[in-house]
Design a protein around this ligand. Structure first.
Ligand code: NAD
Length: 468
């Protein structure tokens, strides 16, 4: 039987939730349809020739502005994938209460085939075309890094925008995920992986929820498999290992997988990956070239954090993990989702689980348009207050507060503390909203449908407010 396509699958996931809410078919169609898609072909000259690249930018829904989504550089980029990923962004922003519509841009390119100077020319040329049509703008559409792009590309894009629109006082807010010195925010690079950690912590805070995935206690000692040690997978694996004592028993990358039941040292594996371009030959783990089969290994939590369509009709019935945390976008196909649900697997869906990136991007955008660093006005005031409270306690009880406690109470929050606190709060509240749907609506049985219900309700409310 043929696999349901990405766009068809998305529409079906949306429809399941729309039926629960009983919304008219026309209105459902209006919400799930992509508003605008721009296709471009750009010529870039290097190595003594012209090279032609194809790209797309899709704006899915503009009930809130600006729209927001990543810029992807990958050979797998297509109009369909960009439209689908833009739709996911609309739902994701609604779920985590970030006041944006959804969008996505992408260039069909393998970034590994080009050197840095060539990539800069290609990125700037792509950005120029998008800026000319207002597909990049602080008030209309604000991209961020995604697969194949990073802080570096965002800095090039922001600079290109500033050159073309020198009079725009908010120019720096045209993209997020920039380097700190270029208007970026502390904690953006780690944000999506951190969000995965915070979401898993929240899941394990509810013993009833965890028991549905045959899990007990907190995250300590949980055996985790991570696919993709890029921006998202690396940070998720690192923090789950360092701060929650999870055991990362396998890492799956492009060139194969590493397995070590005692646990892999994430930092070391990442260093090896950066130095050699792969994981083959890493000494402290069993290497297998057919990495994808490791998705089927026994573990407590499976975190696909690489690419879409990794679990499909082909391998879904062989997946053993009782809990699948979708850190990547659409790593589980619609057909696989049905198979996994039937076999009792619990899936924390992408539209919730990987929303940490857009959440911190929102904080960065606010910082950019308010032109002030978080904590600048109140940090020293907080420290002064903390100090006065400690002095008052010491004076009243006639004893000194231990230095370590004094330091912790007095310390004013830095930008990174505020960002992590805001992200943690966002992931917890969003989980609770999704959980409420599961508890209150007996006809909703899975987190994905519940997350869609939350998203659609908020989009509908925004429509009603403006009378559409
Ligand atoms: P990235 O390019 O930084 O990392 C991807 C990693 O996965 C790389 O290490 C790559 O080698 C590996 N990989 C790629 N294809 C693979 C395959 N078939 N098998 C095994 N490994 C493979 O990308 P990223 O930003 O970490 O994004 C990963 C996923 O998370 C994507 O689906 C992306 O859309 C999604 N996402 C990213 C963000 C973000 O803030 N970067 C936010 C939300 C969602």
């Amino acid at each position: 039987m043929k696999e349901t396509s990405f766009l068809e699958g998305l529409a079906k996931m949306f429809d399941r939730a729309a039926v629960v809410l009983g919304i008219p078919a026309g209105l459902a169609q209006q919400i799930k349809t992509c508003n605008a898609v721009y296709q471009i072909t750009i010529p870039v000259e290097f190595r003594g020739d012209y090279h032609i690249f194809k790209g797309w930018c899709a704006v899915h829904h503009e009930h809130r502005l600006p729209t927001k989504g990543g810029i992807r550089f990958s050979p797998t980029v297509s109009q369909e994938s960009i439209e689908g990923l833009a739709a996911l962004m609309t739902y994701k922003c609604a779920i985590v209460n970030v006041p944006y519509g959804g969008s996505k841009c992408g260039l069909q390119i393998n970034p590994h085939e080009f050197n840095e100077a060539e990539l800069e020319r290609i990125t700037r040329r792509f950005a120029k075309e998008l800026i000319k049509k207002n597909f990049i703008s602080p008030s209309e559409n604000v991209p961020a890094p995604d697969m194949g792009t990073s802080q570096r590309e965002m800095a090039w894009i922001a600079d290109t925008y500033r050159t073309l629109r020198p009079g725009d006082i908010n120019a720096i807010a045209c993209v997020t995920g920039k380097p700190r010195a270029q208007g970026g925010i502390a904690g953006r690079e780690e944000a999506t992986g951190r969000g995965v950690q915070y979401a898993l912590r929240e899941f394990f805070r509810h013993p009833d929820d965890a028991s549905k995935a045959h899990q007990h206690g907190d995250l300590t000692g949980k055996r985790v498999i991570v696919q993709g040690l890029g921006k998202v997978g690396y940070h998720a694996a690192k923090y789950l290992q360092e701060e929650d004592d999870c055991r990362i028993i396998a890492v799956i990358e492009r060139d194969g997988a590493l397995v070590n039941e005692k646990g892999l040292a994430v930092e070391e594996v990442k260093k090896y990956l950066l130095e050699t371009g792969g994981i083959a030959g890493y000494p402290n783990g069993h290497y297998t070239v057919d990495g994808k089969t490791v998705l089927e290994h026994d573990c407590d939590i499976l975190i696909p954090a690489a690419a879409s369509d990794q679990i499909t009709r082909d391998n879904a019935s062989r997946i053993k993990a009782p809990l699948i945390a979708e850190a990547a976008n659409a790593p589980v196909s619609f057909d696989a989702d049905e198979i996994l649900k039937k076999s009792g697997k619990v899936i924390l869906p992408d539209i919730y689980l990987n929303a940490g990136g857009v959440t911190v991007s929102y904080f960065e955008w606010i910082k950019n348009i308010s032109h002030i660093r978080f904590g600048r006005m109140d940090r020293r005031l907080d420290e002064k207050r903390g100090s006065e409270i400690i002095n008052a306690i010491e004076k009243t009880v006639g004893k000194q507060v231990p230095e370590e406690i004094r330091d912790r109470i007095i310390l004013g929050a830095e930008e990174i503390d505020l960002v992590r606190s805001g992200l943690d709060d966002t992931m917890r509240l969003a989980y609770q909203e999704i959980r409420d749907v599961l508890l209150l609506r007996k006809n909703v049985q899975d987190y994905r449908t519940a997350a869609y219900v939350v998203a659609i309700q908020k989009i509908l409310a925004a429509h009603k407010e403006v009378g559409l």
